[in-house]
Design a protein around this ligand. Structure first.
Ligand code: PLP
Length: 404
């Protein structure tokens, strides 16, 4: 049977404390106990349904976590104060000094910086590889490897990870496959394809309002309980906790995610086709020219399309900057990092979200100077937007790649 993540969100039924249609917000950092024995049991993790302190868990955070677990099809989930909070806690829970991680070389710059610069100080080494080549992934696995880490659709190059094959490799070697699904919520369900742990930066499409940062880890009850353990849980001890008010507002936005993703995908497909026709080197997983297009089709939940992210190459950083400034002036979107907003956001990843990656490595992985990353908005009339973008391109004198 086809997996329908939006139906699972729709089917959730939460009643508020006073019969409200939204769950009540738990506006407390600490909780009373009627007996001292229950307090002790709660600290020991033996009092189901009792709350002790909101860094550990709170009713509002649990509601949001359960909704995201339903979406991803995992047993449960824990929400965090940011995507990086979710990523770092997960990796620190899974790895200790002397362990090794095999990681895609095209990932979000912050994750890359953490694994490249920070984790080695704790004795954790990472080999960065081309995630699209199964034989390369397998060859990188060592005796002390604990984790294969990737993004389903990578930031910013939009490479597609073959999650079924990666899951097989990780099972063969007794590893954990950790997948960041931030770029493809609803479209791809990594846990259904064999991922052990699924992470999102909620800051992006899931919240969709660019008004907060947030993160989530979806996984088994055992793993989530380990993260929350008061003695050695990375969620509990690093303290990257989400505030209850935010959990409640993200839950409300999650309910419209399917409608938004369909529109983001429809608009991105339209622009990608047009930019490609115009002769620009365009990368969008929905285009047949994308090397991962067929693979995406085998993994996707069809209703939601190929997502809202695309890149074009305009030849040089100067031209990219000029074009982005003009597009902002003409109100076609914002020159800003991040993604999943109702307006289009554009940035040059080489000098922004991926600037942590040294220039030499950027060149090696195909991250060129003139690359512009677009998070396509919810525009009602995308052909109007395209016409205005084309005018900007002509004004700036940006030429299709083959003419450069
Ligand atoms: N994962 C991906 C793919 C991202 O693009 C980002 C942020 O840009 C993150 C994780 C980090 O999330 P946050 O900014 O919420 O900490």
């Amino acid at each position: 049977m086809k997996y329908k993540p939006a139906d699972r969100i729709q089917d959730l039924q939460y009643f508020g404390e006073f019969g409200g249609v939204n769950p009540s917000i738990s506006d407390s950092s600490t909780y009373t106990f009627l007996s001292a024995k229950t307090m002790f049991d709660t600290f020991e993790g033996n009092a189901e349904g009792c709350y002790l302190y909101s860094r550990h868990s709170s009713p509002s955070n649990l509601y949001l976590g359960e909704a995201l677990a339903a979406m991803e099809g995992t047993e449960t989930a824990n929400v965090f104060g940011s995507g990086m909070g979710a990523i770092t806690a997960t990796l620190m829970q899974l790895c200790k000094a002397g362990d090794h991680i095999v990681c895609s070389r095209t990932i979000y710059g912050g994750t890359y910086a953490f694994l490249k610069n920070f984790a080695p100080q704790l004795g954790i080494e990472t080999t960065f590889i081309d995630i699209t080549k199964n034989e390369v992934v397998e060859a990188a696995v060592k005796k002390n490897t604990k984790v294969i880490y990737c993004e389903s659709v990578s930031n910013p190059l939009l490479e597609i990870a073959d999650l079924k094959s990666l899951s097989q490799i990780s099972k063969n070697h007794n590893l954990q496959l950790v997948v960041d699904n931030t770029f493809s919520p609803l479209s791809i369900s990594p846990a259904k394809l064999g991922a052990d742990i699924v992470i999102h930066s909620l800051t992006k499409f899931i919240n969709g309002s660019s008004d907060t940062v947030g993160g989530v880890v979806c996984g088994t009850k055992d793993f989530i309980n380990a993260l929350r353990n008061v003695n050695d849980g990375a969620a509990m001890l690093f303290g990257s906790t989400m505030d209850s008010l935010r959990a409640s507002s993200i839950l409300k936005n999650l309910r419209t995610l399917h409608i938004r993703m369909k529109q983001h995908s429809k608009n991105a497909m339209h622009l990608a086709e047009k930019f490609q026709e115009d002769g620009f080197k365009t990368v969008y997983p929905g285009l047949e020219s994308h090397p991962g297009n067929q693979l995406f089709k085998t993994m996707m939940n069809e209703d939601y399309g190929f997502g809202g992210m695309l890149t074009i190459d305009v030849g040089s950083l100067d031209k990219a900057n000029e074009l982005m400034e003009l597009m902002q002036e003409r109100n076609l979107g914002y020159l800003a990092v991040s993604l999943g907003f109702y307006k289009t956001l554009f940035s040059a990843p080489g000098t922004s979200t991926s600037s942590e990656i040294p220039e030499e490595e950027q060149n090696e992985m195909g991250l060129s100077d003139g690359l512009i990353r677009f998070s396509i908005g919810l525009d009602n009339d995308i052909s109007r937007t395209y016409n205005h973008m084309k005018e900007c391109m002509e004004e700036v004198g940006v030429l299709p790649t083959e003419m450069v």
